[in-house]
Design a protein around this ligand. Structure first.
Ligand code: MG
Length: 126
């Protein structure tokens, strides 16, 4: 089975785009969350290898969710998905522990490259 991934984004269309790009790249999408709170709950339940995290979401945004996930699992691998012009939010997310980021609109090849790089640079034993 490919590496497992949890997708967090409040846009159903974005989740679909990510799900398609990641599945095509050999990832196994184990869960989808429409806000940060659900992402944290699903992370605890599913322990995916990597999470794609939108920044702007209702209930709990992606930065707070990243902090919460890293609190639960300091080895968690979170990749932020930002829109253009969210540079300062991306910096905040990286300070909160996100490993890298991709910028919308997505290029499927670029998504896979960033994800592969994050997984390679932070290999873990289990
Ligand atoms: Mg959003």
């Amino acid at each position: 089975m490919g590496k497992t991934v949890l997708i967090a984004d409040d846009s159903m269309f974005m989740r679909w785009i990510l799900q398609k790009a990641l599945t095509d790249a050999g990832y196994h999408v184990v869960g989808e969350a429409e806000n940060g709170q659900i992402a944290v709950e699903l992370y605890q339940k599913l322990h995916p290898d990597v999470v794609t995290m939108d920044i702007t979401m209702s209930v709990m945004d992606g930065i707070k969710a990243t902090e919460a996930i890293l609190n639960l699992d300091p080895d968690a691998r979170v990749v932020m998905c930002s829109a253009m012009g969210q540079k300062s939010l991306v910096r905040e997310a990286l300070e909160a522990g996100a490993r890298d980021f991709i910028v919308k609109p997505f290029n499927p090849k670029q998504i896979a490259e960033v994800m592969d790089k994050v997984l390679e640079s932070t290999a873990r034993s289990c």
